[in-house]
Design a binder for this molecule. Structure first.
Ligand code: AMP
Ligand code: ZN
Length: 116
């Protein structure tokens, strides 16, 4: 699939609407359309990266910013002390369905481990 056809690139550009909760020069965070927890936010890089599997050494700062953004949102929303789950589904066995790297931030309920 080309970057031009990428759903999350279209959300990043504004071509497709999303319920944005945060954005900066590197990341955009928006509510997942099919929430699996009281808070379910996706954090994506503006730059297209297919998956964690495709991340390069030059993407290190971007990867750090995605995780830092997840932690900041969890604190801002007040569920950091209770705890939360951060997930990066990667490739087919990892359950990835949208091939633009994204971090799931799930909070507001307990989670079991390992996930299914
Ligand atoms: P993954 O299975 O890890 O690739 O996650 C993709 C996520 O994107 C799923 O949790 C979907 O519910 C979510 N999703 C798909 N389309 C949209 C959309 N248009 N806006 C917000 N979230 C979406
Ligand atoms: Zn993309």
């Amino acid at each position: 699939m080309s970057v031009e056809d990428c759903l999350f690139c279209k959300i990043a550009s504004g071509e497709i609407p999303a319920s944005r909760v945060f954005e900066d020069d590197v990341c955009i965070a928006f509510n997942d359309i099919s929430p699996q927890a009281p808070t379910h936010i996706l954090i994506i890089p503006r730059q297209h990266i297919d998956s964690l599997d495709k991340a390069q050494t030059g993407d290190r700062d971007t990867l750090g910013r995605l995780l830092q953004t997840a932690a900041d949102i969890a604190r801002d929303r007040g569920f950091a002390d209770d705890g939360y789950r951060v997930v990066i589904n990667t490739n087919a066995d990892g359950g990835q369905t949208v091939f633009h790297l994204h971090v799931h931030l799930l909070g507001g309920r307990p989670f079991i481990f390992p996930p299914g």
